[in-house]
Design a protein around this ligand. Structure first.
Ligand code: ADP
Length: 611
């Protein structure tokens, strides 16, 4: 395996890797690149992608004005060859996991503000010039569109590069305030450096923005895994450039100080407005407060269940355990095929035939692995002192013993490099990189998430699972379900892995996604988050009472963003300027399909003329 250039370290770059993980990151990069068959970049076929309805001259003038406002070096044109990079060296020019043509979902330029005042200046500039902007924090929203703007030619506002301060860690209140460019790695390292007795809560990978992930309503795995739920107070630049603080932050502190309860009480007085700034395009969040968890004892464990048909019974047993608070965190339930791919071996290591890895092949390999020949693998963690953990584990084991053949493993029962040891870290607030391993499944690997929510009930979970099994088989794609199961709902997350260099594969993936969204919606289930290409389709499944929710969102959008400059189309919310003019990609529209071969998802000529 050829050694690649070293990944950036956190000492040198805000988006780099903790020094403790440098070797692991190097190894992950080397492995990923050894499985890559496409060149790092190819010459661009087109020049700078202009924002819609903007001439070259008007764009040049606008860029000149933006450079004047932010400084020459802080506005960069997107005119160089596009590089997909990898997790720690990701682009801010396009979607690194492009499903459509690499050059389609691209920005025209990137702006790097250094302060809230700079962000206000960018927003005012966008209004003046009628140019759409697309804010990102760190841009590691992989599987949901990365850093790509929904409207090609938008100016990406990369907040993280120059706004990456941990503004405060309050040891008495057990809380912090961060800017968009603070990653889980950075916050964790700072808490260790200050020797504070707190945990952070991180998602499966630690390189994302604490703030960005929370406003996209990402999840983690300690008892504080609801990231948006754990936030307390925001500072937001509205699409007109006005500045807002939410919660107690709206009440000025004494002598111009921040309000002393800004990070203590999230709701404060009047309507709770924070929610409208999550998964939306109603504002740019420049600071956000979070509660931190106190360190505690913890014990991770793995359960295995022998039969595929055990699935609904497992869910039924989890429900009361979770509702009663006996399960310590949001556990993950994974199909055994994931045990194969999280080893980091490519698919070809396990199976060289056509189509998805057959069940008997998975069985044969699993029987040689620590999990043994099983169908479902459950990763959980219990918290508290030793006695409390033992009591909880006794209750859990007794509940699951209703399923014949279930097995229980502690980290000591598996080899040191087993995934359970990485789960133990994530579930005790230590950010890691292990989840990158399954990206080696295919050459030039990319992935999308399909993420419906179901009640925590066996029959509902089974309906969504059956749809996934059937449609993945129809389109010849391996099914990788990971279920994050709470007491009343579960996130059924499917990881759809594809080869970025294969248009044929991308087309199958697109057909699969479109059909998955439509079929699950017909059964009454909806996604909690989706790739920006499917935002319209998913948003339109939430159409109760003649799309009342979307009409409500559009009313807010038009009031807050009359010129429609902020992230048009994000989460399916289009401002008046774009609405109904051919931008929406609804079910049955085959523009994504066509764009995969080099077309564009922008409106066709006929529809564009109406803009
Ligand atoms: P992360 O690095 O945490 O995965 P991103 O920076 O990619 O997150 O953010 C996820 C998405 O959330 C972005 O694509 C963007 O649409 C939106 N977003 C991110 N940061 C902000 C912000 N500070 N204000 C408004 N929207 C944001």
């Amino acid at each position: 395996m050829k050694s690649q250039s070293p990944p950036p370290s956190l000492d040198a770059r805000y988006s780099g890797i903790s020094p403790r993980l440098v070797k692991i990151a190097q190894n992950a990069k080397d492995k990923l690149y050894s499985n890559k068959t496409v060149p790092e970049s190819v010459p661009r076929r087109h020049g700078v992608r202009l924002p819609p309805d903007t001439t070259g001259e008007a764009f040049d003038e606008a860029i000149k004005a933006l450079r004047k406002a932010l400084g020459e070096d802080n506005v960069v044109l997107n005119d160089k060859p596009l590089v997909d990079g990898w997790y720690l060296e990701h682009p801010n020019t396009h979607d690194a996991f492009h499903l459509v043509d690499q050059e389609d979902l691209v920005s025209s330029a990137t702006a790097y503000p250094a302060s809230t005042a700079d962000v206000q200046a960018v927003v005012k500039w966008a209004n003046e010039h009628g140019i759409p902007i697309y804010p990102i924090s760190m841009g590691r929203n992989v599987g949901y569109g990365g850093t790509a703007p929904r409207v090609p030619g938008s100016v990406v506002v990369d907040l993280g590069k120059r706004m990456n301060k941990i503004i405060n860690i309050d040891a008495e209140n057990a809380s912090c305030v961060v800017e968009p460019g603070v990653s889980y790695f950075a916050l964790y390292d700072e808490i260790q450096r200050r020797n504070l007795p707190f945990w952070i809560d991180c998602p499966d990978l630690g390189g994302g923005s604490v703030l960005g992930n929370a406003i996209d309503r990402g999840v983690g795995y300690t008892p504080m895994g609801d990231h948006f739920g754990a936030h307390c107070g925001m500072e937001v630049v509205l699409p007109t450039g006005e500045l807002l603080r939410t919660g107690m932050g709206a009440l000025p502190g004494k002598d111009g100080a921040d309000n002393p309860t800004w990070q203590s009480f999230p709701a404060a007085y009047g309507p709770y407005s924070d929610g409208i700034f999550s998964q939306s395009n109603f504002g740019i969040v420049c600071q956000m407060g979070f509660h931190l968890m106190h360190e505690t004892g913890h014990q991770s464990y793995m359960l295995t269940f022998p039969r595929d048909e055990d699935f609904p019974d497992i869910v039924e047993i989890i429900r009361p355990l979770a509702q009663k608070g006996i399960l310590g965190n949001i556990p993950q339930l994974r199909h055994v095929v994931q045990e194969l791919n999280v080893t980091g071996h490519p698919k070809s290591h396990w199976y060289s035939g056509p189509g998805p890895v057959p069940r008997d092949v998975i069985r044969k390999h699993a029987s040689q692995m620590p999990c043994g020949d099983c169908a479902w693998v459950f990763y959980g963690t219990q918290y508290g002192d030793e006695t409390a953990i033992k009591t909880q584990l006794d209750v859990i084991k007794s509940a699951f013993s209703a399923i014949n053949g279930f097995k229980f493993f502690l980290p000591l029962d598996v080899p040191p490099d087993h995934y359970l040891n990485d789960r133990a870290l994530v579930c005790s607030g230590v950010p890691v990189l292990r989840e990158l391993e399954w990206l080696n499944w295919k050459p030039n690997s990319a992935h999308l998430f399909f993420s419906p929510i179901t009640p925590t009930r066996g029959r509902d979970a089974q309906i969504v699972h059956d749809i996934n099994v059937r449609l993945h088989a129809k389109y010849g794609i391996d099914l990788f379900p990971t279920l994050c199961i709470a007491g009343r709902e579960m996130h059924y997350i499917t990881n759809i892995i594809y080869d970025r260099s294969s248009d044929e594969e991308k087309r199958r993936v697109n057909a699969l996604m479109t059909e998955l969204i439509a079929e699950t919606a017909r059964e009454g289930y909806g996604e909690y988050r989706t790739h920006l290409l499917y935002a319209d389709q998913v948003a339109r499944t939430y159409n109760w009472n003649d799309n009342a929710l979307m009409r409500f969102n559009e009313t807010i959008k038009d009031a807050l963003d009359p010129n429609g400059i902020l992230a048009p189309g994000r989460n399916g919310i289009w401002p008046k300027k774009y609405r109904g003019k051919g931008w929406e990609l609804l079910a049955g529209d085959d523009r994504i399909h066509k764009a995969i071969g080099g077309g564009t998802i922008a409106p066709s000529r006929a529809t564009k003329a109406k803009l």
